[in-house]
Design a protein around this ligand. Structure first.
Ligand code: DC
Length: 220
């Protein structure tokens, strides 16, 4: 069983995928966390990812990035260090988006993602899972919501975690990442032709979850 969940940032992919993984007894693989770890590795080395792609490629090439499924979802390990709590900041979101536009970085991470899915039943979320990573996945969902709604959710998530931020800044960052992720040349964010579009702008979390469970059950 392979389920691919794609869509822009803040659409609720990871929270919903985690719940769906529990419900359908699948391993959850958050590919965004891998790009975030790659972005963190570059930020720690102080490089400008957009300008110095060669350095970014070499940093990511020499890094070890491991995803360890656990009861809370998964842990992300960078060079042996648990960085799960460090990768959700706005700075690392942008770094992840920038590093993910580099084809050499994508090729390396996609290879790891395919390997993780080879021997397991998985629900994998990202931007290019249905179009590129797992093109044969029998169930593909493209999850989206309006930019304002996604920014509202992200803003609440950040403030609940105690991070000081402004709604306008969160919206601007999301729009910039949408643009970055959907206009890059290699494997951009786009809806797979054979995927099901789910717009959760008008749904709360429970409604979104039960809608997705129904869609998946219908196809099992
Ligand atoms: O899903 P996320 O917000 O954690 O992803 C962070 C960034 O990583 C996102 O802006 C684009 C990139 N990404 C990608 O290019 N391909 C994926 N499969 C997952 C994430």
């Amino acid at each position: 069983m392979k389920i691919a969940i794609d869509g822009p940032g803040g659409a609720g992919k990871s929270t919903l995928s985690k719940k769906l993984a529990k419900h359908f007894n699948l391993v959850y693989i958050d590919t965004g966390a891998m790009y975030r770890a790659a972005g963190l590795a570059c930020v720690r080395r102080g490089i400008n990812i957009k300008e110095d792609t060669e350095a970014a490629i070499s940093i990511v090439d020499s890094a070890t990035i491991d995803l360890i499924p656990d009861s809370a979802g998964q842990k992300i390990i960078l060079n042996g260090e648990d960085v799960t709590a460090l990768i959700r900041t706005p700075e690392i979101s942008m770094a992840a988006s920038d590093v993910s536009a580099i084809p050499e970085v994508r090729i390396r991470l996609v290879e790891m993602q395919r390997k993780l899915a080879e021997t397991r039943d998985v629900i994998m979320d990202g931007r290019d899972i249905g179009t590129y990573v797992l093109p044969d996945a029998p169930i593909k969902i493209f999850l989206t919501a309006s930019p304002e709604e996604r920014a509202k959710r992200r803003f609440l998530e950040l403030t609940e975690r105690g991070e000081a931020c402004k709604y306008e800044d969160v919206l601007a960052e999301l729009l910039l990442r949408d643009k970055n992720d959907s206009t890059r040349a290699f494997s951009p964010l786009k809806q797979a032709e054979d995927s099901i579009l789910v717009d959760t702008s008008e749904m709360n979390f429970e409604e979104s979850l039960s809608h997705l469970i129904t869609i998946i059950e219908e196809r099992l």
